[in-house]
Design a protein around this ligand. Structure first.
Ligand SMILES: [Zn+2]
Length: 335
């Protein structure tokens, strides 16, 4: 674990949030703001009013989807609703936040996935009901990477609200459409990825990743784990496919057999002397076991955000007859 930087831990916390996920984003933003101003203590009342302000800012531009169902409103939604309608004053709202909103998020913010030990108290020490004491690590990352971490929080918050809306929907096609809208709305830079084609063809073969049939016509470069969640264009997550297959997959989460195939494809790269293999080693790990476990962890994370709707592949695709698995390099690199 010691080869991870505080920034890695921060990203882990932001990306692997489970429960009360938008609370995590709001607290993250308050922490970064304070750290950037160089303050190393946040008194409880200040914490409550800053936290409330984050939600109010949010509501101005983007009503939270959970509000559609009154019975399922969160504590913060109820407080913001009462404040907006004049049932309580701002001071009253701050008091309620300080009493009711932090029970989960303050003790659990530094939990990555379900692991409380990994990050420990890396970014703050909580004196519950009194104050948070920020650490040097937090002050340092805020100083060096504030714009990046801040925009990641925003993207994540957008995405989570979308994911909550989706989880209330019963129809699978709705999932793809909503996600696509979030993707467009949040305005990710879509960089051209075609320069990866030649490289990837070597290790994947000249067949479509999703259907196993030979490539013809325009080759598409696709993010196996959806771009709007994974938020990068790293080569370990890129695959080549037919345009049609790419379109069918859309922003769905793929079935586990495609993750298995991705792991093997990446081992093909690792078995080579191509200089890009270093990038994969840095991102996924230096041994096959670490790379597998890191890839699988990303996949689990996708499930927690996107739900368990899988796209199993084009009709008629059968991994058992996919020529990829019988290629020499696949066999050699995955013994
Ligand atoms: Zn195809």
């Amino acid at each position: 674990m010691s080869d991870f930087s505080p920034t890695d831990y921060w990203k882990g916390i932001v990306l692997y949030g489970l429960n009360a996920a938008t609370y995590k984003m709001a607290l993250g933003r308050v922490l970064l703001d304070h750290a950037r101003q160089g303050s190393n203590t946040i008194e409880w009342a200040q914490l409550a009013s800053d936290f409330l302000d984050q939600y109010r800012l949010r509501l101005d531009s983007n009503p939270m989807p959970q509000q559609a169902n009154r019975a399922r409103r969160t504590v913060m939604e109820r407080i913001c609703g009462d404040l907006a309608s004049g049932r309580i004053t701002y001071a009253g709202a701050v008091k309620k936040v300080s009493e009711d909103a932090f029970n989960d998020v303050v003790p659990r913010f530094q939990t990555i996935g379900t692991d409380k030990q990994i990050a420990g108290s890396l970014f703050y020490e909580a004196h519950f009901g009194k104050r948070l004491v920020l650490t040097d690590e937090l002050l340092t990352i805020s100083d060096t990477s504030f714009p990046e971490l801040d925009s990641e929080l925003t993207a994540r918050w957008n995405l989570l609200e979308g994911a909550f809306a989706i989880s209330q929907s019963q129809q699978e096609y709705q999932l793809a459409n909503d996600i696509r809208e979030i993707y467009l709305a949040s305005g990710y830079d879509r960089k051209p990825l075609t320069h990866n084609i030649q490289f990837l063809q070597g290790y994947q073969g000249n067949t479509c990743f999703y259907c196993g049939q030979p490539m013809d016509g325009k080759i598409h470069v696709d993010h196996l784990l959806p771009r709007q969640v994974i938020s990068h264009d790293e080569v370990w997550n890129l695959v080549l496919s037919h345009g049609d297959c790419n379109l069918q997959k859309g922003d769905y989460l793929v079935g586990p057999h495609f993750v298995e195939k991705l792991i093997k494809r990446n081992e093909n790269i690792m078995g080579s002397n191509h200089p890009w293999k270093q990038k994969i080693a840095t991102q996924l790990g230096t041994t096959p076991r670490r790379r597998r476990s890191k890839t699988e962890r990303h996949y689990e994370n996708m499930k927690s955000v996107l739900g368990r709707y899988y796209w199993g592949g084009t009709e008629g695709y059968n991994p058992a007859t996919d020529p990829f698995y019988t290629r020499l390099i696949t066999v050699l690199n995955n013994r």
